[in-house]
Design a protein around this ligand. Structure first.
Ligand SMILES: [Zn+2]
Length: 231
């Protein structure tokens, strides 16, 4: 019996040492798995979203009104013009930057309620007829101004207010070149009427945040094209 136990112990000892006799295995280095962040799709459908797209095929509801409207502290054509908080702050920064370049901008139009837009549109229809009015103005719900993210900007003198000639002014050119640095994109570019539904408006800018504005500016596309948000 003792002999058996001794053999067992010897056997166990050898078993315990058996690893030393195995040939060395070079460890295979497996690359760290790269975890790609799942991109969160931007929300273009919620009226309250920074990325909402409001146009003639995607109107806003009659009762939508942003809850964080404020009056930006900038030179304006009249008192009380409002924008959503984030856009208002960005506008202030942009106007200051323009000033540093000897460019005086003037805030001419911001948030417009559904009912205000209705009144405006009716006035334009009375003046120019519905077909014509629809090219340069918006039916209620179809105006980006109701989102609280859109601004109409003029030069300080207002000489080119809502005129095509604004694009040739130092102010219009400064905006076309620099607005995206502050999160604003030229919303209705020249030659894109079929896509945006609106004539070229060198004065109308849409706040969409600096990151997106940079990408959109680089792409040379409209919001509808850039986000594949057609019809
Ligand atoms: Zn506008």
């Amino acid at each position: 019996m003792k002999k058996v136990i001794s053999l067992l112990i010897i056997g166990l000892l050898f078993t315990g040492c058996s690893n030393d006799k195995k040939p060395e295995v070079t460890p295979v280095t497996t690359p760290e798995p790269t975890i790609e962040p799942t991109p969160v799709p931007l929300d273009h459908d919620t009226y309250d979203s920074l990325y909402v797209i409001a146009n003639k095929t995607h109107p806003l509801s009659e009762d939508f009104e942003p809850t964080d409207l404020v009056v930006p502290d900038v030179l304006a054509t009249r008192d009380g013009l409002e924008l959503r908080q984030e856009a208002a702050t960005a506008l202030e920064t942009m106007f200051e930057a323009a000033k540093a370049d000897d460019i005086t901008l003037r805030f001419g139009s911001g948030y417009r309620s559904y009912s205000t837009q209705q009144r405006l549109f009716n006035n334009y229809v009375a003046k120019d007829g519905e077909e014509s009015a629809n090219r340069y103005s918006a039916r209620p719900g179809e105006s980006e101004h109701q989102t609280g993210w859109a601004v109409d900007i003029s030069d300080g003198s207002m000489n080119n207010w809502l005129k095509n000639s604004f694009k040739n002014t130092p102010e219009g050119q400064w905006l076309a070149e620099n607005s995206y640095l502050y999160g604003f994109v030229l919303r209705y570019p020249e030659g894109k009427e079929d896509i945006t539904g609106y004539i070229y408006e060198p004065w109308h800018f849409r706040y969409i945040g600096i990151d997106e504005a940079l990408k959109i500016k680089e792409s040379g596309l409209t919001l509808e094209e850039f986000y594949g948000y057609m019809n």
